[in-house]
Design a protein around this ligand. Structure first.
Ligand code: AVJ
Length: 332
């Protein structure tokens, strides 16, 4: 498709057809709301307001993952870059790339920084970030790829030794089957010298986990309900967020936080764009997100199942969060 903008150091490649996002939302909403346990995929939280609310979440006292991951990057980026020794840094879901600078700094110090390839759904944020970074890092070329990285991994440039970073713990949003096919696809696109740097939140006391997803200021509750506003706007639906309540609990068996919206009344919601009426009984819960928590042993198994091998493992001083480096497994 058409490269949206090219300057000397910045290239932005757009692979999103107009309306594709809306088609996906329509399909996902129709399928998810037809299940016995109603469900909406978490990627639709992140419109402008949702992204702002998530930014607020990352600053909440209860929400430790962002700070813990940042502290690993602050302390270990030199080691990470030495272990991966990349020419380019590919980042899936790059957004404003705030944590990425630690890796770029370490690559610059090691003299190996050539290219940064942010992969994101938002062209605006990616372009702004690209322009800022080329000013901050002389000689850096930024090649942004605007796509849904869940669907369009094959658009990633393949030349040079790459470190593919997938930070923030977003891999936790994938159910096991989808996680396995996603990681398997990444593995199949990796050269033998490429590395995957994956951020994962770790198993810990349920009370601590639950507090991180049900903060006392109610920001996560607003974030959760925001998906209803997205459906109201995009699909001409009539959800009343006041008739739903935020709920987050740790599912010990599945090692994951389960996030839901519970209906406070018997109610019927109309989704005009889908010509659909959806009934909720009082107390019925709709799942809006899962956030899987890992141990090192479990993650090693997850990698192995996807054709990857854990090469390195770093945690923050409190052992809350991990970054790990994986490589394609040797094929015998
Ligand atoms: C951005 C997916 C990593 O699962 O912790 C935060 C999203 N949801 N609070 C997470 C989220 C509710 C977050 N990820």
């Amino acid at each position: 498709m058409d490269p949206a903008a090219t300057t000397e150091q910045v290239t932005i490649e757009v692979h999103l057809a107009d309306g594709a996002g809306l088609d996906d939302l329509s399909d996902d909403a129709r399928a998810g709301l037809s299940r016995t346990l109603k469900e909406l995929p978490p990627k639709y939280f992140y419109d402008e307001r949702g992204s702002q609310l998530f930014e607020q979440i990352t600053e909440l006292p209860e929400y430790y993952p962002t700070r813990a991951e940042r502290s690993i990057l602050e302390q270990q980026s030199t080691e990470i870059v030495a272990a991966a020794n990349p020419h380019s840094l590919v980042e899936l879901g790059s957004g404003s790339a705030s944590k990425t600078r630690h890796l770029l700094d370490a690559m610059q110090d090691a003299g190996c920084l050539q290219r940064y390839i942010p992969v994101d759904i938002s062209a605006e944020i990616t372009r702004e970030t690209a322009e800022t970074l080329v000013r901050e890092y002389p000689g850096l070329r930024v090649h942004g790829v605007i796509c849904d990285f869940e669907q369009h991994l094959e658009y990633l440039p393949r030349d040079g030794r790459r470190l593919i970073a997938f930070l923030g713990g977003t891999i936790g949003n994938f159910p096991p089957d989808e996680r396995n096919s996603f990681l398997s696809r990444i593995a199949s696109l990796m050269g033998s010298e490429d590395g995957l740097l994956l951020g994962t939140d770790l198993v810990k006391e349920p009370a601590r986990l639950e507090a991180a997803y049900d903060d006392s200021a109610g920001v996560t509750a607003e974030f959760n309900k925001n998906v209803l506003r997205v459906l109201n706007r995009e699909l001409d639906a009539d959800f009343d967020p006041d008739f739903f309540e935020h709920r987050a609990f740790y599912d010990d068996e599945a090692s994951r936080i389960d996030i839901r919206l519970r209906s406070l009344a018997d109610q019927t919601v109309t989704i005009a764009a889908l010509e659909m009426e959806v009934e909720f009984s009082r107390g019925e819960e709709m799942r809006t997100e899962i956030s899987c928590k890992f141990t090192r042993e479990h993650l090693e198994e997850v990698y192995a199942a996807a054709g990857l091998e854990m090469a390195e493992w770093w945690t923050d001083p409190d052992g809350l969060f991990a970054l790990s480096l994986a490589r394609p497994a040797e094929v015998a």
